[in-house]
Design a protein around this ligand. Sequence first.
Ligand code: S3P
Length: 453
Amino acid sequence: MVRLVTSLGPNGHDRPNRHNVAEELVVGPAAGRSFQGRLRAPGDKSISHRALLIAARAEGRSQVRGLSNGEDVRHTLEAVVALGAGAERAGHELYIDGGAGRLHEPQNLVDVGNSGTGIRLLTGFVSAIEGLTVLQGDSSIAKRPMDRVAVPLRLMGAQVDGREGGRFPPLAVRGGRLHGIEYTPPVPSAQVKSAVLFAGLGAEGATTVNEPVATRAHTEEMLAAAGANIEVRMEGAGATIILQPGALQATTTDVPADPSQAAFWAVAACITPGSDLVLENVYVGRGRAGFIDVLRRMGARLELVGEDPVRRTADIHVQAGPLVATDVGGPEVASLIDEVPVLAVAAAFAEGTTTFSGAAELRVKETDRVATTVELLTALGVRAEPAPDGLVVTGNRGAPLRAATVGSHGDHRIAMAGAVAALGADGAVTVRGWDATATSYPSFEEDMTQCLR
Ligand code: S3P
């Protein structure tokens, strides 16, 4: 039973609801039904942002298929148009007319909505554009730390200012003459790496990023595909990326399904007895597939089918089965940080106590996800404790979770984690602020209804 309520009280955030996603979702227990068939999660959000930025800078007409249909990516599309790129839709195809010579300062403020990736990547991108760009977002964005991108971009010669000395948005970026730097981000962050590399495209001299722990590799992979002169050296758990400035060529990008969204269905299928589900065409490349390893360690019956080593995609075949606790920490955390809320839901259904550590970054996501995940699970009757750099979740030993009303706090992943947890509750769970899912997965409820049979 999935019931939609379309107009109710405060939604926990300050974004307009353009997708008509319900403000509240009521999910009943799976009660004998299970996940069956095939499901294709939306286009990968990380790849979608980058496809638009790279196409805006590439000379000529690029094509993007399967772009994420969420609000976050729509904001980045509007941003590249405001910066001078052309965009045309023809059916399912999106064409972007780009080139370094087309890009200019925007006439108006650039609104990134709820997107941390959008604002951080754009800050680097506009650093290489002569003129002033002001980037702003919603009330969650106003709390996200931006010094992590401001610091290296200033070292490259950009002027980056914002609230509290440039630590918080809105950000005012005066771009122009940059020079390459060699930089080691203090926290593993694909967003910081990407901001520096996007700025480096227009800088004088080489730009080098040293990553002690390698993060998702989309920017390097996609810049290389667009003809950039870029070298990646893997060293133990880390990576060094060296980029020479230069023009990019127009490309065609086929955006695969988002592993961070597929993870919700993988956990849903694991915990719903009788489920047998195939998640189609999921990106499983470096820095994104950590949740697969964790679920396997927990005993999940999960298999990659038809792996494509060039596109780094595979179908994921998941079958329900008992789960056991595990410890999640160390270098693997960077490759599953967005999946912690739903992995914590898996832990609630596992035998034993699961720990998540080394994940202090959770505290500066769309919400403080240590706090919001613990609050979600506690409301559902699960023993969950916060830690400074993670959380500890004790499984319910096969007992159903408690039906309750939970809040998303405007965080899409907390809302979806709540909907998955509800499948194993003893009654209907109400997720308030469900419309937060419009940022990344406006059709989540539709996909759930279709596959839960
Ligand atoms: C992203 C990188 C990660 C991730 C975010 C998307 C990206 O953030 O949490 O959802 O597309 O580069 P950090 O780079 O801050 O770790």
